[in-house]
Write a protein that binds this ligand. Structure first.
Ligand SMILES: [Mg+2]
Length: 259
């Protein structure tokens, strides 16, 4: 039994979306979220996807419920656009701060980033991902290769502690150590005035750890398919590790905290 849930923060891929299952979404979980929204809770999708990739995901998987907020790229905070066209707009000045802190970081961490790029290109088969302003992250061939890459970055970043990364299966995004899903969730909670005690969060992978350690959400949870590190963090924070996987596990956790 938890406090009343006023803000729900769920990861997307591997948490609500079961890519290898049919159906991909758990209908009962979506119903439950819809019902909680009707009763006044806000629902945020907190994902590593960009706004564009999340929008296409919501369409592709035919989401029956629309999120109230989206927290994207493991750092940005968006609310529905005020022009009512169904799009999203930056919520407050957070995203600007995120962008300028990252621009500053990537210029001061240039040599560490160059070392990482050298290692990745010379010692691995991983593919580097670029965006307009430079390098964004990489995609490893498999999780073992990603383990080798993160081991290398963990050593290289000792010289530049603000330089960090978010890891999600074979995907990795470089980032400033102050920005992650937990920080984006805390900013949203501040903007809509919801205390930590009334926040539920659910995720399945490394990049979800920052919102599941109990610091920003008093009710952390994970589905049964979450990686062991996530289950351990959720357990240590007094959260709920579901018996069921994906959306069914999220629904199970929501019921656990509301009944
Ligand atoms: Mg995930």
């Amino acid at each position: 039994m938890g406090s009343e849930i006023l803000l729900i923060s769920t990861d997307f891929d591997g948490t609500l979306v079961a890519h290898d299952s049919d159906p991909v979404l758990d209908f009962a979980c979506m119903e439950l979220i819809a019902q909680m929204k009707e009763n006044g809770a806000a629902w945020a999708i907190n994902t590593g996807r960009s706004v564009e990739l999340l929008e296409s995901g919501l369409l592709d998987f035919d989401f029956p419920v629309h999120p109230d907020f989206i927290l994207t790229s493991e750092r940005d905070v968006f609310r529905p656009a005020s022009n009512g066209n169904g799009g999203w707009e930056a919520f407050g000045d957070w995203n600007k701060r995120v962008a300028s802190d990252h621009a500053e970081l990537f210029s001061s961490a240039e040599s560490v980033l160059a070392e990482v790029v050298d290692f990745v290109t010379q010692k691995t088969g991983a593919r580097l991902i670029y965006h307009a302003n430079g390098i964004e992250g990489l995609i490893a061939g498999d999780e073992a290769e990603m383990d080798r890459i993160t081991d290398f970055i963990d050593r290289a970043r000792e010289k530049q502690p603000k330089f960090h990364y978010q890891r999600n299966t074979v995907y990795l995004r470089f980032c400033h150590t102050d920005y992650h899903k937990g920080a984006a969730l805390a900013e949203l909670a501040r903007l809509i005035n919801v205390p930590r005690e009334n926040i539920f969060a659910a995720g399945d992978h490394y990049n979800d750890l920052s919102m599941l350690d109990g610091r920003y959400a008093a009710m952390p949870a994970c589905p049964a398919n979450a990686i062991p590190q996530v289950k351990a963090a959720v357990g240590a924070a007094g959260g709920y590790v579901a018996r069921q996987s994906y959306g069914a596990g999220v629904g199970e956790a929501l019921l656990h905290f509301t009944s």
